[in-house]
Design a binder for this molecule. Structure first.
Ligand code: C2E
Ligand code: CA
Ligand code: CA
Ligand code: CA
Length: 282
């Protein structure tokens, strides 16, 4: 781990900060690397449901680090630290491999019908040389079919400014792997640009769903996005559905898919397996 500390110091120095400013406890990046080496990272799964009938058609894999020294750290912070310290690659590979293995178990729980597995990919990672070959390798090693894998990337990644990422995306889609635009609606790109992006799903950001006020009609923007999704042939997965009322309204607007605490929180594979197997009509 000495090399890591050296690297860390070098990076800090590069940012015109002195090592003396460091706090007593090890920097987050070093704790994270140690957690990775100890196998202290975990993946949880949140159901993605078909809106008309509420059946589980997929799961999103979400990274979890239950740190005893940093109990309050959020997954978003973990991702940020990983991206800033060159750890994001290892993290995303860990999640993809783990998720491809766990998804086979979850698919058994839903009676073997094809389950879609959504995995988040950092924009930094997808633009790396050799990314697609490594995805191939994980799929080959785990046996998970490419046609049941959805990689989630943010809008900015598919921006024309990152040709390397676009090239990866095209090759992934040639294999039948699908691409979802995560946090859709929060990016800076205009709606007209979405048409040109090589993608298969829009993941409607949670902020749109939470803008649905109780006992009210649909926010006009939601109707516009529903129409846009039909026109572009890009099905929407609505994120952050927390109430029956939101689910009903989204269904009424014609959105096909949803995800959120109303349907289920992210949970360990064993817990979700039990839930899915238990709710299946026998
Ligand atoms: P995201 O991809 O937008 O994931 C959805 C987030 O919304 C998750 O937060 C999930 O727990 C949360 N969520 C789901 N339903 C609801 C709901 O009904 N209400 C509310 N309030 N929240 C809901 P989480 O797990 O904290 O992850 C945060 C972000 O961290 C993710 O946002 C994603 O950008 C990133 N992330 C997580 N795992 C990975 C990973 O393996 N690799 C990469 N690169 N990023 C990841
Ligand atoms: Ca996501
Ligand atoms: Ca995201
Ligand atoms: Ca999202």
């Amino acid at each position: 781990c000495r090399a890591d500390v050296g690297l860390y110091r070098a990076k800090q120095a590069g940012r015109n900060r002195t090592v003396l400013e460091m706090s007593e406890r090890p920097p987050l990046a070093i704790e994270l690397r140690e957690a990775m080496e100890r196998g202290a990272l975990d993946v949880q799964y949140q159901p993605i449901v078909s809106l008309p009938d509420g059946t589980t058609v997929g799961v999103e894999a979400l990274l979890r680090w239950t740190s005893t020294t940093r109990p309050d750290i959020t997954p978003r912070e973990v991702i940020r630290v990983a991206e800033e310290n060159d750890l994001i690659g290892s993290l995303d590979w860990f999640v993809l491999r783990r998720a491809c293995l766990d998804a086979a178990i979850l698919q058994d729980a839903v009676g073997g019908h094809a389950l879609m597995l959504n995995v988040n990919v950092s924009g930094l990672e997808i633009a790396e040389k050799g990314y697609v070959a490594r995805v191939d390798e994980v799929l080959r090693a785990t046996g998970w079919p490419p046609t049941q894998l959805v990689l989630e990337v943010t809008e900015s990644v598919l921006d024309a400014d990152s040709p390397a990422a676009i090239a990866s995306v095209r090759r992934l889609r040639e294999r039948g792997i699908r691409i979802a635009i995560d946090d859709f609606g929060t990016g800076y790109s205009s709606l007209s640009r979405v048409e040109a992006l090589p993608s298969d799903f829009l993941k409607l950001d949670r902020s749109f769903v939470s803008s649905i006020a109780p006992n009210s009609t649909a926010p006009p923007l939601l109707s516009v996005i529903a129409a846009l999704s039909v026109a572009l042939g890009l099905p929407v997965i609505a994120e952050g559905v927390e109430t029956a009322e939101q689910a009903a309204l989204l269904t009424e607007l014609g959105f096909p898919l949803a995800q959120g605490y109303y349907y289920g929180r992210p949970q360990p594979v064993v817990a979700l397996f039990a839930e899915l197997a238990g709710s299946r009509p026998s």
